[in-house]
Design a protein around this ligand. Structure first.
Ligand code: DOR
Ligand code: ZN
Length: 348
């Protein structure tokens, strides 16, 4: 039995750090194991300008407990973006790329894009500077079933973007379906992030006995067994087009009560690399964890692979139900379940 593995230090290419007290409580969990994290820009006032990006990066890094930790910021794309400032920020590596939220697709996406065709000029700029378009790939329209939003987005928007901007690097974030996996595999210049929860849950874990489990409710919503298996295969079997992105998205437990204000999002950064290790071990693919967690991401983003290493040891423990600090109370993903790995320390 393998009881210890050493991997190149990972990066998390999709995390929500939030703001205020929430940010100060949760940042230590991502910086515990990761060297770099892409900090999603869907804060209550979205990050749309170079100044906001510089300030947000500093805020996160100042709250991390690791001096080498780096937050990378994509621009929240809107219908009314200041294009000159956007170009300036790309040229100066202030923005790592642009994040496309279709309007009302998820948390704080009310500032998102209404008509994607009308921001093709922004995609042209990203392509010109070899910067990445990160996409929340769901089409939210009243005639589309919630489980089909990814498929419709691919068919009605992504195909067209792919054809129009052949050199544009695209990341389909939190790929959630077999259909999405297939699109990423069969198209050029596109990669996908995969979350732990999309590889551990199916819709039966969300909608059980006519009751919605609010702690398993996220966007894109988790899907069928077939989708889960396809995501596991893509992550675990050495496909260079997929890499680690937890989409760890904390909400205070009060927003997770079943009422009108139910927020989508699952908080996993407190046990992120351990959850991935558990999945890779279940698939008999532990030897491929490092490629997924630490190599495919930087390669896609044209960045160096990290220099340090992280050791994970076999250690059985139960994930505590909540994180509670000051006014913050968040439910941990995989709460009260057994996890058999523990990241120990970073080393050279
Ligand atoms: O479940 C989600 N929560 N999906 C997203 O895309 C956003 C996130 C959040 O910010 O809460
Ligand atoms: Zn997200």
């Amino acid at each position: 039995m393998i009881d210890s593995i050493k991997i190149i230090q990972p990066d998390d290419w999709h995390v929500h750090f939030r703001e205020g007290e929430m940010l100060s409580v949760i940042t230590k969990y991502s910086s515990r194991v990761n060297k770099r994290c892409i900090a999603m820009p869907n804060t209550s006032t979205p990050i749309t300008t170079s100044i906001e990006a510089v300030n947000y990066k500093k805020l996160i890094e100042d709250n991390s407990d690791n001096d080498n930790f780096e937050a990378l910021i994509p621009c929240y794309l809107t219908d009314t973006l200041n294009i000159a400032d956007f170009e300036y920020a790309l040229q100066n590596n202030i923005f790592i790329g642009g994040k496309l939220y279709p309007n009302n697709a998820t948390t704080n996406s009310q500032f998102g894009v209404n008509n994607i065709k009308e921001i093709y000029n922004i995609f042209e700029i990203l392509e010109k500077y070899n910067k990445t378009l990160l996409i929340h790939g769901e089409l939210n329209r009243s005639d589309i079933d919630i489980f089909d939003r990814e498929k419709y987005f691919i068919d009605e928007e992504l195909q067209q973007i792919r054809k129009s901007f052949k050199d544009l690097k695209i990341v389909l974030e939190h790929v959630s379906s077999d259909y999405g996996v297939d699109f990423v595999k069969t198209n050029n210049n596109i990669a996908g992030t995969i979350t732990p929860h999309h590889m551990l849950l199916t819709k039966k874990d969300v909608f059980k006995d006519d009751v919605v489990n609010p702690h398993h409710y996220c966007m894109p919503v988790v899907k069928n067994e077939n989708d889960l298996l396809s995501l596991r295969k893509a992550a675990c079997f050495n496909n260079s087009k997929f890499f680690l992105g937890t989409d760890s998205a904390p909400h205070h437990v009060d927003y997770k009560k079943q009422n009108d204000s139910l927020k989508a999002g699952i908080f996993s950064s407190s046990n992120s690399i351990e959850l991935y290790a558990l999945i890779f071990e279940e698939e008999n693919a532990l030897e491929n964890l490092e490629v997924f967690s630490s190599i495919n991401g930087p390669k896609f983003y044209d960045m160096d692979v990290n220099k340090n290493y992280l050791t994970l040891n076999k250690e059985d423990r139960i994930i505590p139900e909540y994180i509670e600090e000051g006014n913050i109370k968040i439910k941990n993903f995989y709460a009260n379940k057994n996890i058999n790995w523990k990241a120990s320390h970073l080393h050279v």
